[in-house]
Design a protein around this ligand. Sequence first.
Ligand code: 5GP
Ligand code: ZN
Length: 138
Amino acid sequence: MSDCVFCKIIAKQIPAQIVFENESIIAFLDINPVHPGHTLVLPKTHVESFTDLPSEICGGVGATAQKLMKVFIEKMGYEGANLIQNNGAAAGQVVPHVHFHVIPRKKGDGLVHWPGRGYENGQEAMTGAQVRSALSEF
Ligand code: 5GP
Ligand code: ZN
């Protein structure tokens, strides 16, 4: 897509630190990292939402993210990592080209977890039933 910043990186029209690419997937450093090495993994095809990502590309994206995570932990001295995908503006997606953040982590690095809110009486079982029913009909 012509006005998509990630498509421009894929087309080498704007610079980025590309750490991996093949015919369908690219990985490059996030310009505004949590830690040095924070990497974005994405399909080269312009797809806005994870829900539109062809399932045959999902595996390759996941395998690339997993390999990067292993490198951060086993080769680069990090103690953990997050794999995050913000999907839709309500979930914090800013760039509308689906991408996965692989974020290397260290204990006490200041990045806070989302707040857990718990369930009210009976709500957990009811929600489980709703999700199971929706899945079975999908
Ligand atoms: P989102 O909130 O959409 O999940 O994350 C978008 C990410 O893209 C942000 O972390 C942001 O720093 C990164 N980003 C935005 N523009 C550019 C760019 O031009 N180059 C690179 N390398 N990263 C970018
Ligand atoms: Zn794009």
